[in-house]
Design a protein around this ligand. Structure first.
Ligand code: 1CP
Length: 354
């Protein structure tokens, strides 16, 4: 494997000294880039794009050609996992992902099993291929949905506004939901370990829907299973630590408990005050975030102001990875993305003069 030329991202996650604050953006490869839309059209569909090693590699690298990003993220989707469990993922034009066989009845759930990882071979092939194509330029992030966030889609059969079906199960038949979560936790652990074995140099667990839960439900149905996953992860590869990031959207009120997971970093959404968050988590974890993705719809002055505010909020020293507080919006102007990335690099140097 090629020597890693830019390890700023990995160093910041481990709170080791860096020269500037590293930056990458959730969903940095995607519909806001015309070249992504062209490659997706060539692939035929989003799912075919995920299944095609060469094209998945191509779209992963696209944002790196435009912006000086400090990490690449595997191009795939969190819903490949329930698909491998037999739920039948497909996309309805204009409506997003759907499952043919959602988990809504006991008989759907009793037979649920950890899938054979060979069904996700195409993801691991993409990881190896991207890692090779990166040739040591920057590190590659692997990812998975959290057990709970995956369960949201598996029970609802797609996205949802209120998660009524999921919550009906949670309150009426909690043991059924626990069964799904237990299988998901085992699956996510195996899936991330296989990505690490294939070349992922850091992993992020997307807990996108943790924030819909009550405090009590978060502990029982989300945090418990995050802990299971994190404790089963392979934390070293090629003689280097593989940092683990957990991003719970809407999880600002649980930072201390999340920091007590044995993770290296927590992703935070834009509602969180970085200075207060840093005080809360102390030395335990690094923080990743948290520009409002819609701040990119401002102008250069307003964007520079937000970047300055976030960098000053975290303050001096390592342990901050700049990112958005959630995925980039599809109508974002790529010029504004370039501007943010360059401003983070330029303005952060002053916070790292040891
Ligand atoms: O039309 C298209 O081209 C499909 C749009 C799209 C893209 C570009 C989907 C469908 N997924 C992706 C890629 C993707 N998804 C990545 C790629 C790597 C990157 O550049 O960051 C990642 C990390 C994800 C993760 C993902 N998928 C999450 C977690 C992160 C988040 O944004 O909260 C979730 C919740 C999904 C589900 C999903 N996949 C796609 C859509 C539109 C959705 C959301 C569905 C919904 O809740 O309504």
């Amino acid at each position: 494997m090629a020597v890693l030329h830019n390890d700023t991202f990995l160093r910041a996650l481990l709170k080791q000294p860096v020269d500037y604050t590293p930056v990458w953006l959730m969903r940095q490869a995607g519909r806001y880039l015309p070249e992504y839309r062209a490659t997706r059209a060539k692939a035929g569909s989003f799912l075919e794009l995920c299944h095609n090693t060469e094209l998945a590699t191509e779209v992963t690298l696209q944002p790196l050609e435009r912006f000086k990003l400090d990490a690449a993220i595997l191009f795939s989707d969190i819903l490949t996992v329930p698909d491998a469990m037999g739920l039948g993922l497909h996309f309805v034009e204009g409506e997003g992902p759907r499952f043919t066989h959602p988990l809504q009845h006991e008989q759907d759930i009793v037979h649920l099993q950890v899938p054979d990882m060979s069904r996700l071979r195409y993801v691991f092939d993409a990881v190896s291929s991207i890692r090779q194509a990166l040739n040591g330029r920057i590190p590659l992030i692997g990812f998975s949905g959290s057990p709970f966030t995956l369960a949201c889609y598996m029970v609802e059969g797609g996205g949802s506004r209120d998660f009524r079906l999921l919550k009906t199960m949670l309150y009426q038949r909690p043991q059924l939901l626990h069964k799904i979560l237990d299988i998901n936790a085992q699956t996510v652990t195996a899936y991330l370990n296989e990505q690490i074995a294939s070349g992922a140099q850091a992993v992020q667990i997307f807990d996108t829907w943790g924030g819909i839960l009550s405090d009590a439900a978060f502990q029982e149905f989300d945090l418990f299973y995050l802990r299971q996953v994190v404790s089963g992860l392979q934390r070293e590869a090629d003689g280097r630590q593989v940092p683990v990031i957990v991003f719970t959207k809407g999880g600002g009120q649980w930072l201390e408990q999340l920091a007590a997971l044995e993770v290296d970093a927590l992703g935070v959404d834009w509602t969180v005050n970085l200075q207060q968050a840093r005080q809360q988590v102390g030395q335990r974890v690094a923080l990743q975030g948290n520009l409002d993705p819609l701040a990119l719809f401002g102008n250069p002055e307003s964007i520079a102001c937000e970047v300055k505010r976030l960098l000053a909020g975290y303050g001096a020293g390592s342990g901050h990875v700049f990112n958005l507080g959630h995925g980039i919006n599809q109508f974002t102007d790529p010029e504004m993305v370039k501007y943010v990335v360059d401003e983070v690099h330029r303005l952060s140097v002053g916070y790292h003069q040891n």
